[in-house]
Design a protein around this ligand. Structure first.
Ligand code: ADP
Ligand code: MG
Length: 723
């Protein structure tokens, strides 16, 4: 399989980097124990063993692991590394690490050591990380175990360098406590199922890998202003804030020229990313002021996810050097666009065929149709689970709220393919379903027919040679939705294969007819999920309801899909997650939801009473003083009318703010007494969070009325426009 990371990275690197001896070849993946490094630092047998572990998932024995550890240590120490860590992705959503020094004292001297055992497995304890009850029983240990398919890398901080070894994190019983373990299993399941189906079309395919390119949206704010906003610091989003007069209505930010200060930041983190082998390609301004996006060249899914997690850490760290804070929250500011992560997903064979890449004539391109329609069916049958996989307290602000993609999972395929699907159902062969001749260029089949045929309002859109899941949260670990999508697809392909085989075996159908018949049946079953119109519109909400599609707006309601019979059967059948693991995940996500809303509720209370009310009352006091002195000076009702008007409105909002806040606090207290985690999450969702808007309404009105000099919180108009 070819991932053209290096060439592309090279062509993108600004000239002056290549200028002073730092060629891109030297920079790209310089901090990665990649193939080149392995060839240089490992003996032949170890190199072979690790390659086969990477390619075929074979086990590495302890003896060989020791050799690999020695090579890795030599490579790392030559680069000034002093510590190593198992790097993993617990269910908190961030990455975790616990550093150990290479050095051990021996006879009064420091000796560098790194054994095979230290490479392969560690017991970081890490008992405070969420386990959903999986570790509460007799054996509380958690283990990290090396994932050789994602290369070790050196993470540089200003004061040191650490060798990071990507690992899975599992309990003593082998139950997954992280995102990576089920992701890897889902990739194995997908590989098996897809490879088997490939045999209908290409006899030489031995392996299918999932491919993923993650577009990452983010906001930048000035660090000093950020530090003056407790809500940004503690919740990652503003809980208050009156809309700036100028926000995104002029549409002048999207793809606009990048401000110098931002450009310098991007440049800096891109270099750091390239060193870690993250093939960043694209950068641009996004729709909202202060919003940006970056995207790497796609990679194998496991690696793409690791790279995205790493990238988020890097972005945060490098922002600090530039006096910025990067906001990855899905909705840092009300009233303007939020941020997502677009997961571009496909499957590629070891012979280099992109299984979602249509050929020049998709009508005859049966393999394309097979994978394309099976994806539609897989998403249709697992829409609720996909919705659950992107459900978080923060993503709720985007999904199904004021902004799209909506919480309704639908699929956009573009008019050409839509017509083709329709023709398949009608049994008609029409010219409309054919590709435009002008794009029949065999060398670049991936430049699709109609590049403008895009639909930004669809949560799951076909974009020429891949599907793009656009509903993933910007802050999220992409593993959850990818595990679900891979699983859904693997499960679907297994069913497809057995149905087609049954028809062929019964001798009633030739292979091609059998395939087409099964595919047409799938289309009939799942056609209702295809939607080409405006996903943001109210009409779609109505239409989707008529079609019987789910529209699950909040996290607690959507998470139950994790423990539905359908999900449990599928995940066990594919050996990806056991029922126990699914229940654990369900609980962890609910707890996470509760805590996030709880923290927001507490901070709202705190900010209302210690920042907003005091300032409003101070202004009220000044107004009252003015009115009193005006009256004393003999001015009457006519002259003080405006002042009294302001006073009345101000007082109304002050009491409204107090009473709505108190009500929310009461609801929070009640919610906290609920033992049942499902009911508590619902209480937080429908009783506590429900008050937030009311509170904010009053607070934002006060912000608009009170003397600017008194207002202590930086305003949207200051936060959003970077100079
Ligand atoms: P857009 O027009 O949406 O920006 P791009 O072609 O730039 O589309 O792709 C966006 C992302 O999709 C990039 O990360 C790109 O590498 C990735 N991508 C392209 N082809 C594939 C594929 N076959 N599988 C997975 N991701 C892909
Ligand atoms: Mg895109």
């Amino acid at each position: 399989m070819r991932f053209k990371a290096l060439e592309i990275a090279q062509s993108r690197l600004p000239k002056h980097v290549a200028g002073d001896g730092n060629t891109v070849q030297q920079i790209f993946a310089a901090n990665v124990f990649n193939d080149d490094a392995m060839q240089k630092y490992l003996d032949k047998a170890s190199y072979k063993a690790i390659k086969s572990a990477i390619e075929d998932g074979t086990k590495i024995d302890r003896e060989v692991a020791s050799q690999i550890a020695a090579g890795m240590k030599a490579w790392a120490m030559e680069r000034g590394v002093t510590h190593y860590t198992h790097w993993f992705q617990p269910l908190t959503g961030t990455t975790a690490e616990k550093h150990d020094s290479f050095f051990e004292p021996q006879n009064g001297r420091a000796v560098a050591k790194f054994s095979g055992d230290s490479l392969v497995q560690q017991e970081p304890d890490a008992s405070s990380l969420p386990s959903g009850g999986l570790r509460n029983t007799f054996e509380a240990r958690g283990y990290t175990a090396w994932d050789p398919s994602s290369p070790a890398f050196i993470y540089e901080n200003t004061s040191g360098k650490t060798l990071c070894i990507p690992t899975v994190f599992v309990s003593y019983n082998g139950q997954a406590l992280d995102y990576k373990a089920p992701l890897l299993k889902s990739l194995t399941a997908l590989d098996k199922a897809a490879t088997a189906v490939c045999k209908y079309f290409f006899t030489d395919v031995k392996k299918v890998k999932g491919s993923l390119g993650i577009e990452q949206e983010y906001f930048l704010v000035d660090k000093a202003l950020y530090n003056a906003r407790p809500d940004l610091i503690q919740c990652g989003r503003t809980l208050f804030g009156y809309a700036a007069a100028k926000n995104q209505q002029m549409e002048d930010h999207y793809f606009g020229s990048i401000p110098d200060r931002v450009y310098n930041y991007m440049y800096d983190f891109e270099i750091e990313a390239l060193k870690l082998g993250i093939p960043l390609r694209t950068r641009h301004n996004e729709v909202a002021p202060g919003q940006y996006e970056c995207a790497p060249q796609f990679e194998e899914i496991n690696l793409a996810v690791d790279h995205n997690q790493l990238l988020m850490d890097l972005m945060d760290e490098v922002a600090d050097r530039h006096g910025f804070k990067v906001l990855l929250h899905e909705k840092p500011f009300a009233g303007i666009n939020g941020s997502g992560k677009h997961n571009n997903w496909s499957m590629i064979t070891d012979t280099g065929v992109n299984l979602l890449g249509p050929g020049n004539d998709p009508e005859s391109n049966l393999s394309f149709l097979t994978f394309f329609i099976n994806t539609i069916k897989a998403v249709h049958d697992n829409a609720d689970l996909i919705r659950a996989s992107i459900a978080t307290a923060s993503n709720d602000h985007r999904l199904g709220a004021n902004e799209a993609p909506p919480a309704i999972i639908s699929i956009f395929v573009g008019s050409t393919l839509f017509n083709l699907m329709q023709n398949l159902l009608d049994g008609v062969k029409s010219n409309q379903g054919k590709w435009d001749k002008t794009i029949n260029i065999p060398q670049i089949p991936e430049i699709l027919v109609d590049n403008t045929d895009r639909n930004r309002t669809s949560p799951f859109a076909f974009t020429g040679n891949k599907f793009e899941l656009r509903a993933v949260g910007s802050l999220q670990n992409s593993s959850s939705p990818m595990t679900v999508l891979n699983a859904a697809m693997a499960n679907q392909l297994l069913s497809f294969k057995s149905e087609v085989d049954a028809l062929i075996k019964a001798k009633s159908h030739k292979k091609k007819d059998a395939i087409l018949q099964v595919l047409t049946g799938y289309l009939r079953d799942s056609k209702r999920i295809l939607f080409e119109g405006n996903g943001y519109s109210d009409e779609w909400v109505e239409e989707a309801a008529k079609r019987g599609l789910s529209n699950i707006k909040d996290t607690p309601s959507s998470l139950v899909a994790y423990i539905s019979k359908h999900t449990m059967d599928m995940m066990s059948r594919l050996d990806i997650l056991s029922n126990e693991e699914l229940h654990a995940r369900y609980h962890i996500q609910l707890e996470d939801y509760i805590k996030k809303i709880q923290i927001e509720g507490r901070l709202i209370d705190d900010m209302v009473y210690t920042s907003i009310l005091p300032v409003a009352i101070q202004y009220q006091h000044a107004l009252a003083d003015t009115i009193a002195s005006m009256n004393a000076a003999g001015l009457g009702k006519k002259e003080t009318a405006a002042h009294l008007d302001i006073m009345k409105e101000l007082s109304g909002h002050i009491s409204g703010l107090k009473s709505s806040t108190d009500k929310m606090v009461e609801e929070r207290k009640k919610a906290n007494t609920i033992d049942d985690v499902v009911k508590r999450a619902q209480a937080y969702c429908f009783k506590v969070k429900d008050q937030f808007e009311d509170i904010r309404g009053h607070a934002d009105k006060l912000e608009r009325m009170v003397d600017d000099k008194l207002w202590s919180l930086p305003k949207y108009r200051e936060l959003l426009h970077i100079k």
